[in-house]
Design a binder for this molecule. Structure first.
Ligand SMILES: [Zn+2]
Length: 361
C-alpha cells in the first residue's frame, strides 16, 4: 500500500507542519483505493476542554467541489500566520476550539469525483430517509455507476463514519457548537443552509439560527449569503447532517446547542483568495459568538425555556418573531403557515409546507 500525494493533501500537510505543536493533528481514518492509501486528517486548535465552544470546518465531502477544501486550506494558512502575533485570536482560542477536516473524501478530491472510491455519495450515505423525495438526485440504491448512489444500507462508508466520530468527539459535548460544511455548484447565489435537508419541517434550533442570521445582517449589511433551510431548495435521502442533528437532539437537546450549517459556494471563476476573504467575514461573527457569552442564542435558549408552551414549533418560533420577519420570504411564510396549522390542530408535530425541490448539495 503506497501513500498518496495530490496538491490539496500536500498543502494540508505543509500547513500541519507549519502549525507544529500549536495544533493537535490526527489521522482519523485511512482510505484504501486500488493500491493507494489516503489519510483523512483532523486538525484542532485551541481549548481541549470538552465544554469549550467549538467551530468546525469540513470540506471535500464531494470530491469534485474542490473549492471547499481550497477555501478551508487557505483559511488555515491565515490562521497559522495569525497565531504568531494576533493576541486577540490567541485569547479566544484559550476559551474555544477550532476543528478542521478539510479533505473528508480524499479519494474523491484526488480523482475529481463527487463520490468516494466506492462510488458512494457521502452526503446521501446516512440512514435518514427523505420525506417525499423521489427524484434520482435525492439519493438512490440502484447502482454506484449513477451519481447520488447511497451505498450499503447496513453500513456507512468509512469517510462518513469518520466525520460522525469527529462531530461526536469535538462538538456534541460542547455547550455551543457550529459545523460548517463547504460545498459548491448549486444555484446562482451563495447559500448558507441549515437543517433539514430530508424533510420540510422547521428544526429545533430555528430560533437560534435566525438569531445568527440577524447577527450577520447587522454586522455585514452587504453580505451576499442567502440563509435558508436546505429543504427550501430540495429534499434528499441520507443527509449526514440531518443524521447527526437527530442524534444530537436525542442525546443533548436540553443542555447543548449544535448548529450544522452548509455553505454552498456558487461555482464560478472567482479566485480562492477572494472567496477566502469573504469566508473570513462569514466565519468571524460565528467565531466571536463562541466566546462572547455563547451569543444571543444561549440567552434566547433560556428565554425559550421559560416561555415554553406547546406545541413545540410555536414554542421555538414565538420568541424570535422579529427574526422571522427579517428572514427570507418563503421561510417566513412557511413558519406562519406552520403556526396557523399548529393552532388549528391544537397539537404538535404538524408538517411544514416548504416547496421547490431542486438539485443536491
Ligand atoms: Zn456538494
Amino acid at each position: 500500500m503506497t501513500g498518496i500525494k495530490f496538491p490539496e493533501l500536500e498543502q494540508l500537510e505543509r500547513i500541519i507542519e507549519q502549525l507544529g505543536d500549536r495544533a493537535q493533528t490526527e489521522v482519523i481514518e485511512r482510505i484504501q483505493y486500488q493500491d493507494l492509501e489516503f489519510p483523512i486528517h483532523c486538525i484542532t486548535l485551541g481549548s481541549t476542554r470538552p465544554d469549550a465552544p467549538a467551530l468546525a470546518f469540513f470540506g471535500g465531502v464531494h470530491g469534485l467541489e474542490k473549492i471547499g477544501s481550497e477555501v478551508i486550506l487557505s483559511y488555515m494558512e491565515t490562521i497559522s500566520q495569525l497565531l504568531d502575533w494576533d493576541q486577540e485570536l490567541l485569547s479566544r482560542l484559550e476559551k474555544s476550539r477550532l476543528v478542521f477536516v478539510p479533505i473528508v473524501n480524499p479519494v474523491g478530491v484526488y480523482l475529481g469525483t463527487r463520490c468516494n472510491g466506492n462510488g458512494v455519495d457521502l452526503m446521501r450515505n446516512s440512514p435518514v430517509e427523505g420525506v417525499g423525495s423521489t427524484r434520482i438526485y435525492s439519493g438512490h440504491r440502484i447502482t454506484p455507476r449513477l451519481p447520488w448512489y447511497r451505498g450499503d444500507q447496513a453500513k456507512m462508508e468509512k469517510e462518513a463514519q469518520a466525520l460522525c466520530r469527529i462531530v461526536d468527539q469535538h462538538l456534541f459535548n460542547s455547550p455551543l457548537s457550529i459545523a460548517l460544511d463547504l460545498h459548491s455548484g448549486f444555484g446562482i447565489q451563495d447559500r448558507l443552509w441549515f437543517p433539514y435537508a430530508s424533510r420540510q419541517t422547521p428544526f429545533a434550533f430555528l430560533a437560534e439560527t435566525l438569531a445568527l442570521k440577524e447577527l450577520f445582517d447587522r454586522c455585514y449589511r452587504h453580505h451576499i449569503y442567502r440563509i435558508e433551510p436546505t429543504s427550501l431548495e430540495y429534499t434528499i435521502n441520507g443527509d449526514l447532517w440531518d443524521y447527526l442533528f437527530d442524534d444530537f437532539v436525542r442525546r443533548f437537546e436540553a443542555e447543548h446547542l449544535f448548529l450544522p450549517l452548509t455553505l454552498e459556494i456558487v461555482k464560478d471563476v472567482r479566485a480562492v483568495g477572494e472567496l477566502q476573504d469573504r469566508f473570513v467575514l462569514l466565519v468571524r461573527p460565528a467565531d466571536v459568538v463562541h466566546v462572547e457569552e455563547l451569543f444571543v442564542a444561549q440567552r434566547l435558549h433560556g428565554s425559550i425555556r421559560r416561555h415554553a408552551v406547546e406545541p413545540p414549533v410555536v414554542r421555538i418560533v414565538e420568541p424570535r418573531a422579529v427574526a422571522v420577519r427579517r428572514g427570507n420570504d418563503r421561510l417566513r411564510n412557511a413558519v406562519a403557515q406552520k403556526r396557523r396549522s399548529g393552532r388549528e390542530r391544537g397539537s404538535s408535530g404538524a408538517a411544514g409546507n416548504l416547496t421547490d425541490p431542486g438539485r443536491g448539495r
